[in-house]
Design a protein around this ligand. Structure first.
Ligand code: BTN
Length: 250
């Protein structure tokens, strides 16, 4: 089934909508690998049965309740060492689209979890194909808990739970795409303002919390993000730089 988003310029002009599928990221990746995908293609489903999350986790979503889609982008000239710009840009786009419909409290947990208060309301999984050392295709998988009321995990919430009303999933999907298009164009440039905007909405920035790295628990303060995308946490006057998977928020 095909539909399209009317208010965007180039993202979502072709949408493969599947009533049910295992993972929209997996399907988008196989279309890319088989040369059946071009920039802006979206794979969207109402019922994702085997959603993929970060760090090999699964992403669970009740059928018909939430937004689950994957967007194919071709960020030309983006070196793999700059891939964090893509994570920043997508997190900012999701934040820009959702913050007007929620009370204050929406944050981005590094690198790209979407949090409301201390609960996760959305997740982003970006998978790339490479051409040499440059990103060829990026599969941007986005899952937003929209109308789901009950969660097995205590640390999850939805737009509906926060606002006590239901939302139009397609509208949320389109609002995110519109914000994404605005931020996407200048991605190959070093974007000081993108980095600054990202830090403004960063979960736990400049607050003291517990973290775990190399099997040790410590108290530290997130001070910002290094140019290579690593998370900087200050502990007793020393600033440590952490790559994804090297540190856990506890
Ligand atoms: O927070 C995370 O761990 C990332 C979750 C990403 C979930 C989305 S839902 C649409 C897309 N398809 C997938 O299989 N995963 C992503």
């Amino acid at each position: 089934m095909h539909k399209f988003f009317a208010k965007t310029r180039f993202i979502g002009k072709k949408v493969i909508f599947l009533p049910q599928c295992h993972s929209t990221n997996e399907i988008a990746m196989s279309l890319v690998n088989n040369r059946h995908a071009s920039e802006g293609l979206i794979v969207m489903t109402a019922d994702q049965t085997h959603g993929k999350g970060q760090r090999g986790n699964t992403w669970q979503s009740d059928a018909g309740k939430n937004l689950t889609y994957s967007i194919v982008l071709q960020p030309r000239s983006l070196h793999i060492s700059h891939q964090f710009r893509l994570h920043q840009m997508i997190s900012l786009a999701v934040h820009e689209a959702l913050s007007p419909i929620l009370p204050p409290g929406l944050k981005v947990k590094w690198p790209n979890d979407i949090y409301y208060g201390d609960k996760k309301i959305g997740g982003i999984l970006i998978e790339n194909t490479l051409r040499g050392a440059q990103i060829d295709y990026a599969i941007i998988g986005i899952g937003i808990n929209v109308n789901q009321e009950y969660f097995t995990l205590d640390k999850a919430t939805s737009l509906a739970k926060v606002r006590q009303t239901t939302f139009d999933i397609d509208q949320i999907a389109e609002d995110i795409l519109i914000a994404m298009e605005e931020l996407y164009e200048p991605l190959s440039e070093p974007l000081a303002n993108l980095a600054a905007k990202y830090e403004q909405i960063l979960y736990r920035i400049h607050e003291t919390h517990r973290y775990q790295a190399e099997g040790k628990i410590f108290h530290g303060q997130i001070t910002g993000i290094a140019p290579d995308g690593k998370l900087m946490i200050e502990e007793k006057g020393n600033v440590h730089h952490f790559d994804f998977k090297e540190v856990s928020f506890i």
